[in-house]
Design a protein around this ligand. Structure first.
Ligand code: MN
Length: 204
């Protein structure tokens, strides 16, 4: 099968206490799975049926208009969450001597300024959506962007390096209405080793 639903790459409680086990269960087993199933249903009788979700989202003009909304929303939800699990870990801290570390400090002046800008983007995304650190594929520059709903950076010719899901389902069980607390906690679970790997691949 071209598109598969990924298992969580670690235990459900692996990100405790920053992201709680119950949220991980609901988020992965219910929300993510629902996006995956609706996406596969949407494309199964279309010309897109043998394409990967990445190929489809990288070329939105290729999506037949009658399934476009379903594919953008559910394909985006499927892709973005598959990405999200991969860049989380509790024991891969930021290292300013890595390639991404150097580029972040070069671009944002310091790690703290980067964190402030990223956190601000995540806090001010109105309603459901995501904030991202991306590499623009044209300019090869790092950027912080926000997207609404399940829109994905790969549809804008940008490579995602870090993404924070700020839909309420991502944090409400533990943090209720306090999105800034969730954003602060998120910084303890970024897998900087993986982010560096993604950056190195995209940059060269
Ligand atoms: Mn989510």
């Amino acid at each position: 099968m071209t598109n598969e639903f990924p298992e969580l790459p670690y235990a459900y409680d692996a990100l405790e206490p920053y992201i709680d086990e119950e949220t991980m269960h609901v988020h992965h087993d219910k929300h993510h799975k629902a996006y995956f199933e609706k996406f596969t249903t949407a494309i199964k009788n279309s010309e897109l049926k043998d394409k990967t979700v990445k190929e489809i989202l990288s070329d939105l003009n290729s999506i037949p208009s009658e399934i476009k909304t379903a594919v953008v929303n559910n394909g985006g939800g499927y892709y973005n969450h598959s990405f999200f699990w991969e860049i989380l870990s509790k024991d891969k801290p930021f290292d300013e001597n890595t390639e991404i570390g150097k580029d972040i400090i070069n671009k944002f002046e310091s790690f703290d300024k980067f964190k402030e800008q990223f956190s601000n983007a995540a806090a001010t995304q109105f309603g459901s959506g995501w904030a991202w650190l991306v590499l623009d594929n044209e300019s090869k520059e790092l950027e912080i962007i926000k997207t609404s709903n399940q829109d994905s950076p790969i549809s804008k010719n940008k490579t995602p390096l870090i993404g924070i899901d700020v839909w309420e389902h991502a944090y409400y069980l533990k943090y209720q209405n306090q999105r800034p607390k969730y954003i602060e906690a998120f910084f303890n679970v970024i897998n900087w080793e993986k982010v560096n790997e993604l950056f190195s691949q995209a940059k060269h």
